[in-house]
Design a protein around this ligand. Structure first.
Ligand code: ZN
Length: 469
C-alpha cells in the first residue's frame, strides 16, 4: 500500500518527453515517487494510506532556486535605492552585528518564504560574499532552514576583498572581535564541508566563493591558486562549486585552470562576457545562473538568448532576497521571458516550456541532483507542488497549462508543497513549524540587530516614501 496518492490532477512532469497527464495521478512511497500516469489509462489506482483529490489542479516538480543569500531576509529595503550602500551595510551587519539567532531565524524565515512560493530546493550563500570567519553562521543558517522541510544547499567559500576583515562572535551583547585572513577563509570552508555534510538528509554544504576567475585586487598567481583550491575542495567533498562571475573570469579560468570549467561549476550573473568566453562556455559543462532582475544584469547584460543558441546551459535564479528582490521564482519566470523578448524584439524567444525547465530540471542538473529532483518521474524524490488554479487569473486553465502557469501564476498561488514525500505546506500553511513564531522571532531579531548596527532611525516615522532622484 502506498503512503500517499494524489489523483484527479494535471501532472506536468518536466521529464525528457515533456509528458503532461491531464487526468493524472502520482503515487508516493516513503520519500519517492512510486508511480504516475494518466487515470484514463490506469483501470485501477493503487491503494494508499492517504489520498488527496487534486480537484483538477496542476502538480509540478518543486522549483529549484539555484542562487540566493542567507542573511538577506533581514537586510532588504534598508538602504533605499543605493545598491552600493546596501552592499556595504549588509557586509557590516553580517560580519559585525549578527549573532547565532540572526542566522537561525533568517534561515527559517527565508526557507519559509521559498517553500510558500513552491521552491523545494534552495541554494543560499551564507552572507553576501560570503561570511567566512567561522562555521557557526552557516550551521545556524542550515538548522533554521531545515526545520521547514526545504532541501537546502548552503554555500561557503572565500569572500571578496577587502582583506583582512574584522568579525565578531556574540555572547549575549558582549562579543569577541578578531581579524579574518584569506587563509582563515579557506580553513573555514573546508571545516564547514567536513562538519556539516551528511548531518541532515536534506542539508548539503557546497563550495561557494564570492567570485572565481580574475578577481580584482589579487595577483595572477593568487587567483590561480585560489581557483585551483576551490576546485580541489569541490572534488574532494564531491560537491558543486557555485560562485559569482563576470566578464574576464571565464577567459582567466580557461587560460590558467581549464579543468575548473566542468560540471562542478555554476556561475551566477555571467554578465559582460566576451564572444570568446561564450565559445569557451559552449564547449564546457559549466552552468550559467541568470537573475533577470539583478543589479548586475541591469548594469551589464547576461546574453541569455545568445548563450542558449550556442548550447550553453542556463538556469534562472532569484538571487533573493535583497535589496529589492523576493524569493518568488515565478516572478523571475515572467521577467526572463519578457526581458529577452524586449531586448531582441522577438516574441518567439524563450517559450514557456523552456522557462519552466530553467527553474526545475536545469538548476537540478547544475547541482548534480537531476537524478533526484527537477522533474516528476518514478524513482525520484517526491518533491512537488500544486497550484491553485481556481482563480480568475488562471481560469480557464486546462488549455496550454504550462503557458498559463509560467505567464500568470505567482508564488502565492502555490497551495500544496511536498518534499521527501511529506506534506510541508497545505492550504498556504506550513505543517512542520509555527509560522507565527518564525515571523515574531524575525521581527525581534531584526530590531535587535538594527539597534546594534546603529540604525534606530528606521523604526522612526518614515514619513513620505522616497521620491528623490
Ligand atoms: Zn548573489
Amino acid at each position: 500500500m502506498l503512503d500517499l496518492l494524489l489523483k484527479n490532477g494535471v501532472i506536468i512532469t518536466v521529464d525528457r518527453e515533456h509528458h503532461i497527464y491531464t487526468h493524472g495521478y502520482i503515487g508516493i512511497q516513503d520519500d519517492r515517487i512510486a508511480c504516475l500516469g494518466d487515470m484514463d489509462d490506469t483501470p485501477e489506482l493503487p491503494d494508499a494510506k492517504t489520498v488527496i483529490d487534486l480537484e483538477g489542479k496542476p502538480v509540478l516538480p518543486g522549483l529549484v532556486d539555484g542562487h540566493g543569500h542567507a542573511g538577506h531576509g533581514m537586510t532588504r529595503s534598508i538602504c533605499g535605492n543605493s545598491a552600493d550602500d546596501w552592499e556595504s551595510a549588509a557586509e557590516s551587519i553580517y560580519y559585525m552585528y549578527s549573532d547565532e539567532d540572526f542566522w537561525y531565524t533568517e534561515g527559517a524565515l527565508s526557507a519559509m518564504e521559498r517553500l510558500k512560493f513552491g521552491v523545494t530546493t534552495a541554494v543560499s550563500m551564507v552572507g553576501n560574499t560570503p561570511r567566512v570567519d567561522d562555521i557557526w553562521p552557516i550551521r545556524a543558517h542550515m538548522q533554521g532552514s531545515l526545520i521547514t522541510g526545504i532541501r537546502q544547499y548552503s554555500g561557503i567559500g572565500t569572500a571578496n576583498e577587502p582583506w583582512p576583515k574584522t568579525a565578531r562572535t556574540y555572547h549575549g551583547e558582549t562579543y569577541d572581535e578578531y581579524t579574518v585572513t584569506p587563509d582563515k577563509a579557506l580553513q573555514t570552508t573546508e571545516e564547514a564541508l567536513k562538519q556539516l555534510n551528511g548531518r541532515h538528509p536534506r542539508g548539503t554544504c557546497i563550495v561557494a566563493p564570492g567570485r572565481m576567475g580574475k578577481r580584482p585586487g589579487y595577483s595572477i598567481e593568487d587567483n590561480i591558486l585560489h581557483n585551483r583550491r576551490m576546485y580541489e575542495l569541490a572534488c574532494m567533498y564531491d560537491q558543486p562549486i557555485h560562485t559569482h562571475a563576470y566578464g574576464g573570469d571565464v577567459a582567466f579560468l580557461n587560460e590558467h585552470t581549464p579543468e575548473v570549467l566542468d560540471w562542478h561549476l555554476s556561475l551566477t550573473h555571467s554578465t559582460g562576457y566576451s564572444e570568446a568566453e561564450l565559445d569557451i562556455l559552449a564547449k564546457s559543462n559549466t552552468y550559467v545562473f541568470h537573475g533577470p532582475t539583478t543589479y548586475s544584469h541591469i548594469i551589464r547584460r547576461c546574453p541569455v538568448t545568445k548563450m542558449l543558441e550556442r548550447g550553453i546551459h542556463v538556469a534562472v535564479i532569484t538571487d533573493g532576497s535583497a535589496p529589492d528582490r523576493s524569493f518568488d521564482l515565478w516572478r523571475d519566470m515572467k521577467n526572463v521571458q519578457i526581458l529577452q523578448r524586449y531586448e531582441h524584439s522577438d516574441y518567439s524567444l524563450l517559450p514557456c516550456g523552456k522557462v519552466l525547465e530553467m527553474v526545475t530540471i536545469e538548476p537540478a542538473r547544475a547541482l548534480g541532483i537531476d537524478h533526484l529532483v527537477g522533474s516528476l518521474e518514478t524513482g525520484k524524490k517526491a518533491d512537488l507542488i500544486r497550484i491553485n488554479t481556481k482563480q480568475p487569473h488562471l481560469t480557464p486553465f486546462i488549455h496550454m497549462p504550462v503557458e498559463r502557469l509560467v505567464q500568470f501564476a505567482m508564488g502565492q498561488d502555490v497551495d500544496l508543497v511536498i518534499t521527501d514525500g511529506k506534506i510541508r505546506m497545505q492550504g498556504r500553511t506550513l505543517t512542520d513549524v509555527s509560522e507565527e513564531k518564525i515571523l515574531q522571532d524575525a521581527e525581534e531579531v531584526f530590531e535587535r540587530t538594527m539597534k546594534r548596527f546603529g540604525r534606530t532611525d528606521i523604526f522612526e516615522d518614515p514619513g513620505l516614501y522616497d521620491l528623490r532622484h
